[in-house]
Design a protein around this ligand. Structure first.
Ligand code: 9MR
Length: 474
């Protein structure tokens, strides 16, 4: 069994937390046994492998056979775009999108939503709008669609392709951009309010080369959003490659630098024109780059067979026109199977004591997490389940777990170290931003069955240091 140093230290840390709190997520590394499909092999390292799906092809048995066998994430290729979901202002149609979402979920696949706000594929009514009327219409669209799909979407491409190509690093001129530079953050805020459980992504192409002005501009926007508390959880790199736009040598650097801002990175529309060994090697490089970045959480290819592709002439996908696996498929599967495996186990124990306080310090992390658990009559515990620290701030996810009885509501009290200020939080009602801060449940996550759990999160400036939590329940 091969254990990486990082994995060992993480496992040791979390094991110590289990002892302290009775409730923790345990991450362990084990040997990868070769899986035989893309989704299963990606899942071994906690990632997903997805594809774009065209609703019109769901009657094609070869297509559906490959879809159901190989993939565990789906993006609607066109059916969730603005022209498809709101063809006339205020009249929303979800029939075609639902067909894809229902198929995916029925097969146990998750769904990436694509896309809520975009300069392209706008319905005619929107194309002719401007100013505050357009801003309002855009926000209404984001709110309506994200609300309709609330709870069904793993991640939304909230805003798509908002930056210009070339060397300027400027925003793309569009009717949406002309409503004011803050249109992107307004869209993200509306999406968070509508579906607090979905990850919110900014998605773009030609953002793969770290040195490109467009990449730098998107990076600065995400950095600014994180600093100001604009809700953003992920960056999507479309990653459409061909000879004019090859896989850059610094691709992994780009993924890592975005991840270092405290967001997930997702490869959202991967296709690589070519054939044979050269194409297979390029796919392998992309997959290995993602696997090398902890927060690169998954890869989606933009179609199944070459003949399904928006640029089929370039044979850019993993299956040929007949649905046979190409060399590129094999190289992707082998790369995924070579990744260290991460398994996630949730361990919950219940104590009858009223208060348990334990402090854990490790030499392998700069963060010391102190967790205290109060078991009230029904009982709950709270623990930090994820923490991403960057130079000037961090994002923490807190898991609240009910004890041996169901709870009807909870509140988690968190003592922040000096100098830490919360700038944004989600999935809870918060009072305070420094010192001792209280997070109460919101309407949709207060009720937990015995042993059940929910998560909320916040973003703060400063260094997490010791985070001390107390949970009370009703
Ligand atoms: O693959 C999509 C194609 O069927 C549509 O005609 C096209 C219209 O804009 O959009 C394609 O998907 C695009 C995606 O939505 C955004 N990134 C670029 C993709 C390829 O053009």
């Amino acid at each position: 069994m091969k254990l990486t140093a990082r994995s060992v230290s993480r496992a040791a840390l979390v094991t110590a937390l289990v002892a302290a709190t009775g409730s923790a997520v345990v991450l362990t590394a084990t040997t990868a046994s070769a899986a035989s499909t893309l989704g299963a092999s990606a899942a071994q390292s906690g990632r997903y492998f997805g594809t774009a799906v065209a609703g019109g092809r769901l009657g094609d048995s070869t297509y559906v056979g490959i879809l159901n066998r190989e993939f565990n994430m789906v993006t609607a290729e066109n059916e969730m775009k603005i022209d498809a979901t709101e063809p006339q202002q205020g009249r929303f149609t979800y029939t075609n999108a639902d067909r894809i979402v229902n198929h995916a979920r029925g097969q146990g696949m998750r769904v990436r939503g694509h896309t809520l706000a975009w300069h392209s594929q706008q319905p005619a009514w929107m194309q002719s709008m401007s100013g505050s009327a357009l801003r309002q219409a855009m926000l209404n669209h984001v709110t309506q669609v994200a609300t309709y799909y609330r709870g069904k979407i793993y991640a939304w491409d909230v805003v798509n392709e908002a930056f210009a190509d070339g060397s300027t690093g400027a925003r793309r001129d569009s009717n949406l951009q002309r409503t004011g530079n803050d249109w992107i953050e307004a869209a993200f805020r509306a999406a968070r309010a509508a579906d607090p459980g979905a990850k919110l992504c900014y998605n773009d192409y030609n953002t793969d080369d770290w040195t490109h002005a467009k990449t730098q501009a998107v990076y600065r926007m995400v950095q600014d959003f994180k600093q100001r508390g604009v809700p953003i959880d992920c960056v999507g790199l479309q990653s459409h490659f061909n000879s004019q736009s090859p896989v850059p040598s610094n691709y992994q650097t780009t993924l890592q630098n975005f991840a270092n801002l405290g967001v997930d990175v997702q490869i959202t529309e991967l296709d690589i024109e070519g054939s044979g060994t050269a194409q297979a090697q390029n796919y392998e490089r992309v997959v290995k780059a993602c696997l090398a970045v902890t927060r690169c959480t998954g890869i989606t290819v933009w179609g199944i067979r070459d003949s399904d592709s928006w640029r089929s002439y370039g044979t850019p996908l993993l299956f040929d026109n007949n649905g046979n696996k190409k060399a590129a498929y094999t190289s992707v599967l082998n790369a995924l199977n070579a990744a260290p495996t991460t398994s996630t186990t949730t361990t919950t124990t219940t104590t009858s004591s009223t208060t348990t306080t334990t402090s854990t310090t490790t030499t392998t992390t700069s963060t010391t997490t102190t967790t205290s658990t109060t078991q009230g009559p029904a009982g709950c515990s709270a623990s930090v389940s994820a923490l991403d620290q960057w130079s000037s701030g961090f994002v923490a996810t807190i898991k609240v777990t009910a004890g041996s009885a169901a709870v009807n509501g909870w509140s988690a009290s968190l003592a922040l170290p000096p100098g830490v200020t919360i700038v944004n939080s989600w999935n809870s009602e918060r009072s305070g931003s420094t010192g001792t801060v209280t997070f109460g449940n919101v309407a949709y996550n207060g009720g937990l069955p015995a042993g059940g759990s929910t998560e909320f999160g916040f973003q703060a400036n400063g260094t997490a240091g010791a985070l001390s939590l107390t949970c009370t329940s009703r």
